[in-house]
Design a protein around this ligand. Sequence first.
Ligand code: ATP
Ligand code: MG
Length: 438
Amino acid sequence: ASSGMAEAAGTVITGLLDGGHEAYFVGGCLRDELLGRPVHDMDLTTSALPEEVMALFPRCVPTGLAHGTVTVLQDGYSFEVTTYRTESGYADHRRPEHVFFVSDVKEDLRRRDFTINAMCSGMDGVLVDPFGGERDLQLRRIRCVGKAEERFGEDALRMLRCVRFASVLDFAIAKNTWRGLMRQRDKLAHIAVERVRAEVERIVEGPHPQRGLGLLLRSGLLPRGKAPFPWTGSDLAAAAARTAGLGDLQDARLRWALLLHALGSSAAAADELLRAWTFPGAARSSAAAVLRVREAWDAALSSARPEDPGATEGLRRRWIAAVLAHGQSAAEGWLTLLAAAEASAAPAISTGAVPAGQDVPAGPRAQLLRSWTAAMPLRSLAELAVTGHELAELLQKRPGPWLGVLLHKLLLAAAAGAIANDKQLLLQEAQRMDRDEQ
Ligand code: ATP
Ligand code: MG
């Protein structure tokens, strides 16, 4: 943790102690601190009741009073302060029906999911660790507090959290915990899709996505063969085997594009799937756009005839059209995947082959496509030296759909270098195109 955050949290704990209550750092922040991982937030647990917490700190938000959680704002940081509690009655396999405030911190630790998350420590730095969490950190394993089967039955989301922690931390899963998970795996169906997505997102975007996919596959948690999880176990197995480079991709959007591609998803299906998974619009459309570039390129390759002397030039034009249609960033994303596939012994994507014309240098295709992109003198209508208004005036026609079509033809010609991006030349070309139409 930043020392500022730890200091501010210390101020909150001291305030609670001075008020005559107990208070500790708890959960993920201790786990990450002990592992030497960055701590992104600090949760506190206290014997004080929510209203007592509110009375002690002028700046706080009653985040979840019924569950005993108050957010305290201190020195520019915010901390979730939760009253010691136990829970009971998980009729929906997700949320407890009853919450009871208790006076013993060990009772509070008992309700937590895994031993490595069920430790707390006070201002003296002494660890309160009734379930052997520190030892499990050393042994690098995820183990439930109490009976795994029961704990997963209470709250089915814990099963995905189990796989997520095992994947992100690269930990093993204790035998009994795994057995309990396998017995309860069908209960994941009770969990809202956005909660599932958030966990899978952290697995795919974390440091060991391959490990997480492998665990998801073996657990049988995800693939149910129906929306929004349309994959079978063998789809996932194939994808897990073919996406070896997944963890090397920095860009989360590319990880999703590669994974969905390896799962056999078309761009349209990927877009739909990410929507069904409640992905935010921007992340969804940029991942799908990468797959659209791939589809455009595949279509270009499959229609090219190598014996045709103009084949390479045709391909170059179609590549440029794809860059214009789907955007430079999507095109670059696709080239990153293509380059990785070309460097890999077991590529997740087919690298295709550009017809062997005399003018095509041998070598990686990603490099060739990159050089085609780099040589584009312009990339968008905004950079074109004529406007729609000027074209309508020159041709003395009312603006309409024809205008967009004409502008894009000119853009493609200029971007491919067939004509200079010069107003007079473009106007002449527009006139010629217009005459040819008639
Ligand atoms: P991270 O914030 O990195 O996801 P975390 O362990 O802090 O990890 P949170 O979701 O912030 O996870 O939860 C804080 C603590 O609350 C956990 O460390 C754990 O003790 C407890 N907890 C969270 N979710 C559950 C759950 N579903 N069942 C039982 N305990 C839970
Ligand atoms: Mg946390």
